[in-house]
Structures are given as structure tokens and as C-alpha cells.
Design a protein around this ligand. Structure first.
Ligand SMILES: Cc1cc2nc3c(=O)[nH]c(=O)nc-3n(C[C@H](O)[C@H](O)[C@H](O)COP(=O)(O)OP(=O)(O)OC[C@H]3O[C@@H](n4cnc5c(N)ncnc54)[C@H](O)[C@@H]3O)c2cc1C
Ligand SMILES: NC(=O)C1=CN([C@@H]2O[C@H](COP(=O)(O)OP(=O)(O)OC[C@H]3O[C@@H](n4cnc5c(N)ncnc54)[C@H](OP(=O)(O)O)[C@@H]3O)[C@@H](O)[C@H]2O)C=CC1
Ligand SMILES: O=C(O)C(=O)Cc1c[nH]c2ccccc12
Length: 408
């Protein structure tokens, strides 16, 4: 017979200790609301610490990436490096005295209608110990990038060479002289291809459909900042048109390199399909000089080879799947009213942060870190209000953790 530890949590359970979970936690600390954060990894911000490449820098200027009530240090550059961003998040957690429970992967969460409580089951990441947390409120902060997307492509098993996902790519060091097929042309595909070039590897990047490439800066100003500024006065479609004219002036016609532009504009596409435009940090120059080869979709792999949709065959040594990420909420949250099948809230920004029965979602806005901060502020305020009203009613506080042992 197993024994499962059962923990009553006074206050909400937050699932995920990335920027979103930390931002909600900080807001709750500020208002004196207790909580528990459950994190499957052994550190905060595991996406940034464990699943990103060495030379990554933030894409958006720092003022769009800082979390509430704790700015970046003044000496940070306009686009902080991954190391700097991680250091910032570590000091954020220290400043607010946030101590997540690491190595606890949430396996299931279910609202118990009878007692109006959430039952959140975790398993230790190393296997073994199971715990059931019982709480009144549940904050989903597992992110838009929780799991890698690995497409099934014919013959990939017979390929024989190394196949990795972009989240396991650290640097081009080991690829010198190698022919690498990079599948996907989002920001990851572009930046992995650029890094491979910088390490004298030979990347070919698969562009199966279309992509918006924008310069990271226009006349020395961040393109993103400019777009946000224009959106205050102009409709989105017009800002998109202006962005495309500026991109054409600065980057030229990218279609002649095989990079077809989508018919919807870059901001419209980000809003409707969550597809992030590429903010170019140098890959385009390598595409122009043919150091990065652009190739069409993949038909199939065979031993050491790939056959493309245009019938061409390429010899390759390795494959990097820069094929994106997905939410993992449908795997563990037993709820279908607030969350859609794709693991995002059904209501879009700014309405997708609060469900029924004390359910909240942070960081599913398709607006990066600034969207996560906006959600977090609303959530921590709402929870604090519920909490304080509740306290007033009870007039007496219950201990933070009440433990019991249940058997099954
Ligand atoms: C390569 C890359 C670069 C990016 N650059 C930028 C940028 O420059 N600017 C920007 O605004 N956005 C950027 N983003 C978007 C990114 O989504 C945000 O930066 C940010 O990490 C989102 O924070 P989050 O806390 O919502 O999700 P995450 O950072 O993914 O954190 C979620 C946490 O939840 C944990 N978790 C997941 N499932 C479970 C579970 N079942 N149980 C327990 N814990 C779980 C994970 O281990 C993780 O630590 C980038 C994304 C990527 C992939
Ligand atoms: N410096 C930074 O700030 C960086 C930020 N990021 C962010 O991380 C998030 C994820 O980006 P990313 O990892 O690039 O993922 P994306 O989802 O943006 O891109 C995935 C790419 O893979 C392609 N793809 C998927 N399946 C296949 C297939 N079977 N065959 C061929 N192509 C395929 C897609 O093509 P299609 O469009 O045809 O489906 C698309 O080009 C984004 O928000 C991005 O902005 C990423 C890297 C750096
Ligand atoms: O890099 C990302 O994933 C981001 O989410 C940053 C981002 C949010 N909104 C955007 C719109 C255009 C380009 C980048 C972003």
C-alpha cells in the first residue's frame, strides 16, 4: 500500500516558477497572501536556464521584459543577455523571498465540486513520492513553451545522424564543418542557423510556408517599441502596413531569398495565431550571402539524406528541429470550460486570466513577458481581494499548512 502525503495549502497553489509564476508570487508577497509554488525543474525559470542556447539575448527592449515592481538594474543593456535575464529573475525571487518547491511535477489538477476545492497531484521529478495539495485557488503558470513540438516526419528514424530540438541546442561549437538541417524558420530557427554560421557550420533552413521578418530596430529605435507606440493612435492593420513598408525599406525584398511573407500582417498574425514575427539579428545577412541556405518543406528522410518537397536531395549530418513549443495544460488540468483544447484560455487577451472556482491563468497572452506581467498584476490583486474578504468573514486565520496522511 502506498502512502500519499496530503497538504492543505492556505492560499493559492501556483504551478510553474517561470517569470509568470514568480510575478504572481511577488504580487501576493507584497499583499501578505500565503501561497505554494510547484515547479517540476530544480530551479526557477527552467526555460531560460535549461532550454535555451548560450548566445540568446532578449528580443524586446528591457522595459518590455521586466516584471512588476522590480526594474532591471540601470547598467543592463537595452537587450539583456540570457545570463543577465536569469540573474535578474534570481534577484527578483530573492527580493520577494519566493521559495518554490522544486522537483515537483504537477500530474493532475481537478476541481472538487463537493467541497469547492482544487486537488493538485504532484510526483517528484525523480520518480517516487506523490503529494496531493488541496487549495481554494489555482494559478496556472506553466507557460506557452512548456513542451517541445516534435513533428512526425517520414524516415526520421532511419536518418541515423544526430537529431535534436532547438531547446537542446546550446552552441554551434560541435558543428564546425557539418551540414545541419534546421527545420523551422521562427526566431529559434533563424538564430540557431545564424549561430551555426558563426561556428563555421553549413546550415540549410527549412521554410515550408511563410514568415514575417522585421528588423529588430528601425532608425536606431526598437521596431517593437515603435509598433506599440503607433498602436496608441492607429489601428492594427495600419501599423502592420507601416511595419511592412519599413521592413521593405530596411531589409529589401526578402521573397527573392525564398522567404515568402504571410498574407496577414505581422501583428495580426501574432494576435490571431500566436505566430511571432522574426526580429532579425543578423540571419538575413547570412541568407543573402547564401551562408544559410533556404530550402522548402521536407518530404522524407533516409540514411544521411533528406528529400525536399521540390524533389531535391540533400546530404546532411545533423538535424535541429526548431519546430516550436506547446502548452501542456491539457495533459494535467481536468477542466474544459476556461481552457481550450490547445492549452490556452479560450478568451483572448486581456480577458483570459480568470476562470471559475478560483482558477487563474498567467502568461498565455501571446504577448511575451509584458503580457505575463499584465496578467500577474490583475491576478495577485484579485486573489488578495478574495483572500482578505475571506479573512474578514472567518475573522480567524488557519495555519499555513495543515498536513494529513491519506492512503489509497
Ligand atoms: C528562446 C525563447 C526566447 C524568448 N524571448 C523572449 C523575449 O525576449 N521577450 C519576451 O517577452 N518573451 C520571450 N520569450 C517568450 C517566453 O514565453 C517568456 O520569456 C517567458 O519565459 C514566459 O514565462 P512563463 O513563466 O509564462 O513560462 P516559462 O518560462 O516556460 O515557465 C514555466 C515554468 O513552469 C514549469 N512547469 C511546466 N509544466 C509544469 C508542471 N506540470 N508542473 C510543474 N511545473 C511545470 C516549467 O518547468 C517552467 O519553469 C521567449 C521564449 C523562448 C522559447
Ligand atoms: N531572442 C529571442 O527573443 C527569441 C525568442 N523566441 C521566441 O520563442 C517562441 C518560439 O519560437 P520558435 O521556437 O521559433 O517556434 P515558432 O513556433 O515560432 O516556429 C516554429 C517553426 O517551425 C516550423 N515547423 C513546424 N513544424 C514543421 C515541419 N513539420 N516542417 C517544417 N517546418 C515546421 C513552423 O513553420 P509553419 O509556420 O509553416 O508552421 C515555424 O517556422 C516565439 O515566441 C519566439 O519569438 C525564440 C528564439 C529567440
Ligand atoms: O519573443 C517572443 O516570444 C515574444 O513573445 C516577444 C513578443 C511579444 N509580442 C511580439 C510581437 C512582435 C515580436 C515579438 C513579440
Amino acid at each position: 500500500m502506498f502512502s500519499r502525503r496530503c497538504v492543505w495549502v492556505n492560499g493559492p497553489v501556483i504551478v510553474g516558477a517561470g517569470p509568470s509564476g514568480l510575478a504572481v508570487a511577488a504580487g501576493l508577497k507584497d499583499q501578505g497572501v500565503p501561497f505554494v509554488i510547484l515547479e517540476r525543474a530544480d530551479c526557477i525559470a527552467s526555460l531560460w536556464q535549461k532550454r535555451t542556447y548560450d548566445r540568446l539575448k532578449l528580443h524586446l527592449p528591457k522595459q518590455f521584459c521586466q516584471l512588476p515592481n522590480f526594474p532591471f538594474p540601470d547598467h543592463y543593456p537595452e537587450y539583456p543577455s540570457k545570463r543577465q535575464f536569469i540573474e535578474y529573475l534570481e534577484s527578483y525571487a530573492n527580493h520577494f523571498n519566493i521559495n518554490p518547491q522544486f522537483n515537483e511535477c504537477v500530474q493532475s489538477a481537478k476541481y472538487d465540486e463537493a467541497c469547492r476545492l482544487w486537488r493538485v497531484k504532484t510526483v517528484a521529478a525523480s520518480g517516487g513520492g506523490e503529494v496531493e495539495y488541496i487549495c481554494q485557488m489555482l494559478v496556472v503558470a506553466t507557460g506557452e513553451n512548456a513542451e517541445r513540438v516534435v513533428p512526425e516526419i517520414e524516415g526520421l528514424k532511419e536518418f541515423g545522424g544526430e537529431v535534436i530540438h532547438a531547446c537542446d541546442y546550446k552552441s554551434g561549437e560541435g558543428y564546425r564543418g557539418k551540414k545541419v538541417l534546421v527545420v523551422g524558420c521562427g526566431n529559434s530557427g533563424m538564430e540557431v542557423s545564424l549561430d551555426l554560421c558563426n561556428h563555421e557550420a553549413k546550415p540549410a533552413m527549412v521554410v515550408r510556408s511563410s514568415v514575417h521578418v522585421l528588423p529588430r530596430e528601425v532608425f536606431g529605435k526598437s521596431t517593437f517599441e515603435l509598433a506599440m507606440f503607433m498602436l496608441k493612435w492607429l489601428p492594427l492593420w495600419l501599423v502592420d502596413k507601416i511595419m511592412l513598408v519599413l521592413a521593405w525599406m530596411i531589409l529589401g525584398d526578402i521573397e527573392k531569398y525564398g522567404l515568402k511573407r504571410p498574407s496577414a500582417g505581422p501583428l495580426e498574425l501574432k494576435n490571431t495565431q500566436g505566430k511571432t514575427p522574426v526580429l532579425d539579428i543578423g540571419a538575413l545577412e547570412k541568407i543573402r550571402s547564401r551562408e544559410i541556405q533556404i530550402v522548402p518543406g521536407i518530404k522524407k528522410f533516409s540514411c544521411g539524406m533528406v528529400e525536399l518537397d521540390n524533389g531535391e536531395n540533400l546530404e546532411i549530418d545533423s538535424v535541429v528541429l526548431a519546430t516550436g513549443y506547446c502548452s501542456n495544460v491539457p495533459y494535467w488540468l481536468q477542466e474544459t470550460e476556461f481552457f481550450a483544447k490547445n492549452g490556452y484560455p479560450k478568451a483572448s487577451f486581456p480577458n483570459g486570466w480568470k476562470g471559475n472556482g478560483g482558477l487563474y491563468a498567467v502568461g498565455f497572452t501571446r504577448r511575451g513577458l509584458s503580457g505575463a506581467s499584465a496578467d500577474a498584476m490583475k491576478i495577485s490583486q484579485d486573489i488578495a481581494k478574495v483572500w482578505k474578504d475571506d479573512l474578514k468573514q472567518k475573522k480567524q486565520k488557519v495555519p499555513t499548512h495543515r498536513r494529513c496522511i491519506s492512503t489509497f
